[in-house]
Design a protein around this ligand. Structure first.
Ligand SMILES: Cc1cc2nc3c(=O)[nH]c(=O)nc-3n(C[C@H](O)[C@H](O)[C@H](O)COP(=O)(O)OP(=O)(O)OC[C@H]3O[C@@H](n4cnc5c(N)ncnc54)[C@H](O)[C@@H]3O)c2cc1C
Length: 465
């Protein structure tokens, strides 16, 4: 491949204390927390709205925010505030009201207790409001392109705006791009996917309206119990219809069941079923082919639902994601790395910035039909250490969301939206503290950070759950 040097002067006018890259679940919370912590914050988001996978990807619901027995709400802070604000505008159902093994949880009985159904449209507006109230400067239609570094500092980033390339100079940066785009461009160390470099499959989410949900419930109830795994988890809803459709030549896909998640509206489902293998979410052409393949699969799945499933006869396809759902890309190496043994061993390190109990959920681990799904021991949780957010080579860079330092399996647990929001809040709070005091993020006073997080309703005391 030939190369050339692109030489042109770039306006150097955007300045802030903190630049947050990406306005997904982690970036929204990072930006709000940093601004509430007194920092002048600019948020760089390539879409025209916040939410990331929750809006552009149509991913729903917010996975559980409770301990693994479903007794106590574990992920609170800004996540809980967002949920309350969504409820106030009719845009969510409180997780305490959502039981497992129901239409809201894809009829799954373990690990899915107390999920939060929400409306993507409400989330876009509430996110705008929270950012504006906190005084965040929002730059939608702005894409991070590159980073400049000097020694152990990120000094400047180049962004692509409608009017052309521009630069943003901040005292500190939080990479919430999901893919670790800024950290990777700055030269931080990272791994991709699992130990073999294989990433989880992608999914094109879509929503369907006009469904007779009681009729679907009745069919599930009638057939419930004809597939259980050894650990007692029944998660293969509607697999009896998939088998029939396969026999009739109406099911060319590799999936064996359907993931249905009822939304806030009583006749709507979000559908998490398409599966696109071997997509690299850090490459435009790979994403493009995945999106084209994903939409083809959506058509096949919707036609199947209408033809086979009692309750879907009069349904209509509302919308597929405006972006393919990417579960995994880069894991940016931090001064600490979360590993699956500490997640399943329910370890809570002293420097934890969040407690969570989400199951290990690695899609397509052994091939297109397989998922690895391991629930956390009943009533327990694990902690996410501060150092997972901090790449060792930089004094002023934090990473939040699904790209933090974690092995593939533990990333499969904390990649869901409530923990990503909690990590975002911790990163925003930490970076605001560092900017105010001039501290190096690698040696920040984590006890002081935890104290501030606890004041801001983050649950950090695992002993007294
Ligand atoms: C198919 C699928 C199903 C899932 N199911 C669930 C579920 O049921 N419940 C649940 O809670 N979680 C679920 N998840 C996980 C969850 O949606 C994501 O892991 C989570 O949204 C990650 O949050 P994030 O903030 O790290 O990244 P993202 O949500 O990906 O947000 C990243 C943001 O950064 C922006 N961005 C990226 N690159 C740039 C750039 N270069 N410049 C500017 N902006 C940029 C993006 O536009 C986006 O807004 C699912 C994920 C997938 C893919």
């Amino acid at each position: 491949m030939s190369e050339f040097i692109y030489k042109k002067s770039i306006p150097d006018e955007i300045e802030a204390d903190v630049a947050v890259i990406g306005g997904g679940p982690s970036g929204l919370c990072a930006a709000v927390a940093a601004a509430r912590g007194g920092a002048k914050v600019v948020l760089i988001e390539k879409n025209a709205f916040c939410g990331g996978m929750a809006t552009a990807g149509m991913v729903a619901p917010f996975m559980t925010c409770y301990d693994s027995a479903g007794n106590k709400m574990l992920i609170r802070g800004l996540f809980e505030e967002l949920v309350e604000r969504l409820i106030a505008v009719g845009g969510a159902i409180h997780p305490s009201k959502v039981e497992s093994k129901t239409a809201f949880t894809s009829y799954i009985d373990k690990g899915h207790i107390h999920v939060t159904p929400f409306k993507a449209e409400s989330l876009k507006i509430v996110a705008d409001e929270m950012l504006a109230e906190a005084g965040v400067r929002i730059l939608y239609h702005t894409k991070f392109v590159d980073a400049e570094t000097e020694g152990d500092r990120v000094t400047r980033i180049i962004v692509d705006m409608k009017e052309g390339l521009a630069s943003v100079r901040a005292k500190a940066y939080i990479d919430c791009s999901g893919d670790g785009d800024l950290a990777a461009a700055a030269g931080a160390e990272y791994s991709v996917g699992n130990a073999q470099g294989k990433m989880q499959p992608a999914t094109m989410f879509f929503t369907v309206g006009g469904v007779d949900v009681p009729k679907v419930d009745a069919d599930i109830a009638e057939n419930w119990g004809n597939f259980f795994r050894k650990d007692g988890i029944n998660y293969r809803s509607l697999h009896w219809w998939v088998a029939k459709a396969k026999e009739a030549g109406d099911w060319p896909l590799d999936r064996v069941s359907i993931g249905l998640f009822r939304g806030v509206e009583e006749d709507e489902f979000s559908i998490n079923t398409s599966r696109v293998m071997n997509i690299d979410g850090t490459k435009s052409e790979s994403l493009t082919s995945g999106e084209i393949e994903g939409r083809q699969q959506v058509r096949i799945i919707f036609n199947f639902l209408k033809k086979y499933i009692p309750g879907f006869e009069n349904s209509r396809l509302i919308l597929s994601g405006s972006t393919l759902g990417i579960r995994e890309t880069r894991h940016i190496k931090g001064i600490r790395t979360l590993c699956v043994d500490s997640v399943l061993g329910c370890e809570v390190p002293e420097d934890s910035i969040l407690l969570a109990a989400n199951s290990v959920d690695v899609h397509g681990k052994y091939g297109p039909k397989s998922n690895e799904y391991i629930t956390i021991p009943e009533g327990k949780c694990y902690g996410i250490p501060y150092g997972c957010m901090i790449p060792p080579a930089f004094s002023n860079l934090a990473v939040a969301g699904r790209a933090i330092s974690a092995d593939c399996e533990s990333a499969g647990a904390i990649r869901v939206m409530p923990p990503c929001m909690g990590i975002g809040q911790a990163a925003g709070t930490a970076v605001a503290m560092a900017v105010a005091s001039g501290a190096d993020l690698r040696t920040l006073d984590v006890a002081a950070l935890r104290k501030k997080l606890a004041e801001d309703h983050v649950v950090l005391d695992a002993e007294n759950l």
